[in-house]
Design a protein around this ligand. Structure first.
Ligand code: PLP
Length: 407
């Protein structure tokens, strides 16, 4: 079999994701300029940079100008630290028992809200005679993580006391900033304002940042209200940008009510560049007569003669099995339907309508080929999920290859 040069240079199973670092840097610059110079733009690289590869994306974010990176866990933070020695790294998912020493050693900045987290961090900081900045999360309505308003005064009094922890930011997470009416966010910001009143009542606490909002808040215009609230309390806004960096504009449901914001969203959406292209190569091609069954349990039966291409990619690579018989990939610059059940490690494409395809030919699972493209939303809609899930389910065994290709 004569596979083109790229696969001969690196003799791997041909199933890989190309990560366009120039597109990623462009997206960071675009989004941080939308946020404006008064706002700190934290680049979210949690979950292996949304499946795009931390090793590729964290340094690219820093090259794009990011001073802050956001990860989920101390483990991810330690990995990001080794890649980006001078970035600030926010650990957003909480600190687990026994992880305080690693947090300090990695110069990570933890999001905190539980008294046990404060206790562990205080002991570890005292051991090192160090001061540790922390970001305090407030639960303003998501009921996931963050301190309740009722518990807040005690936490603030503790931080205002002899604690080696320094309150650097007040943070909350918006749970429906993709609701174009903005109603849930307004209610969350009201609650946040009450929390900020408690903070202001402890004059020795001087947090610098108000960390609120993800891509949807920035792209949908809620960041204006957040900036106004920050200003009232003399805080600097910080926005935590995830999915937009990876080239996907969130969808709003119901759509944005404000036409000005809708126009801004459309404009930014058109300027974001896709970052990831997931590819494979045809392993073998066969012709089958009418009546032939394809794949496990013969869920597809050919009604006429067909040409089939075998692909070395399956649900173990992250190609959702629910796409069996109901999705198409790109081969020869055209859509080619997946036929039969997607197997663990293989899938079959109908290439009857695409002449000239042979083993070694590139197939695009997600991304563009010529003028055609398959987007993360196409995958998500067909499998009943969201782009975040489509990206993060791309398996570890799929090699990520970084290269700067954006024009
Ligand atoms: C993942 C995450 C974000 C980024 O969300 P996007 O919608 O992908 O921009 C922001 N803040 C927190 C706390 C998160 O966990």
């Amino acid at each position: 079999m004569d596979f083109p040069a790229t696969s001969r240079q690196s003799p791997l199973r041909p199933c890989w994701a190309e990560i366009d670092t120039a597109a990623f840097e462009h997206n960071y610059r675009l989004l941080s300029s939308m946020a404006g110079p008064a706002c700190a733009s934290l680049a979210i690289v949690k979950a292996n940079a949304y499946g795009h590869g931390l090793e590729i994306c964290a340094p690219a974010a820093v090259r794009g100008g990011a001073q802050w990176l956001g990860v989920t866990s101390v483990e991810e933070g330690v990995a990001a630290r080794s890649l980006c020695p001078s970035a600030r790294i926010l650990v957003m998912g909480g600190l687990f028992p026994g992880q305080a020493a690693a947090t300090l050693a990695g110069q990570l900045t933890p999001v905190v809200w539980e008294p046990y987290q404060l206790g562990e961090l205080e002991r570890a900081a005292e051991d090192r005679r160090a001061t540790l900045p922390v970001h305090l999360e407030i639960d303003t309505g998501m009921s996931r993580q963050g301190a309740n308003l009722a518990d807040l005064p005690a936490i603030l009094a503790r931080l205002a006391g002899a604690s080696p922890l320094r309150l650097e930011a007040i943070m909350t997470h918006l749970y429906a900033s993709d609701d174009g009416t903005g109603e849930t966010t307004a209610a969350q910001l009201d609650k946040l304002e009450r929390a900020l009143g408690f903070v202001a009542a402890e004059p020795t606490l001087r947090p610098e940042f108000l960390s609120v909002g993800a891509s949807a808040a920035l792209l949908g215009g809620e960041s204006d209200q957040i900036a106004a609230l920050a200003k009232r309390f003399r805080l600097r806004p910080m926005v935590r940008i995830g999915i937009g960096l990876y080239g996907v504009a969130p969808r709003f449901n119901p759509p944005l009510a404000d036409p000005l914001h809708a126009a801004k969203l459309a404009q930014a959406g058109a300027q974001l560049k896709p970052v990831l292209t997931w590819k494979t190569r045809i392993t073998s091609v066969r012709s089958i007569p009418a009546g032939t069954q394809i794949g496990y349990n013969g869920t597809f039966v050919a009604t006429e003669p067909m040409r089939l291409a075998l692909l070395p990619i399956g649900y173990a690579d992250g190609l959702d099995r629910r796409l069996s018989n109901r999705f198409s990939l790109l081969a020869g610059g055209q859509r080619a339907p997946l036929v039969g059940r997607i197997s663990m490690d293989q899938a079959v494409l109908d290439i009857t309508e695409i002449p000239g395809l042979a083993p070694g030919e590139e197939v695009v699972i997600l991304g563009s080929q010529g003028a055609a493209s398959v987007t993360a939303y196409d995958h998500a809609d067909a499998s009943g999920t969201v782009p975040w899930d489509v990206f993060t389910r791309i398996a570890a065994r799929v090699a990520r290859i970084g290269r700067a290709t954006a024009g």
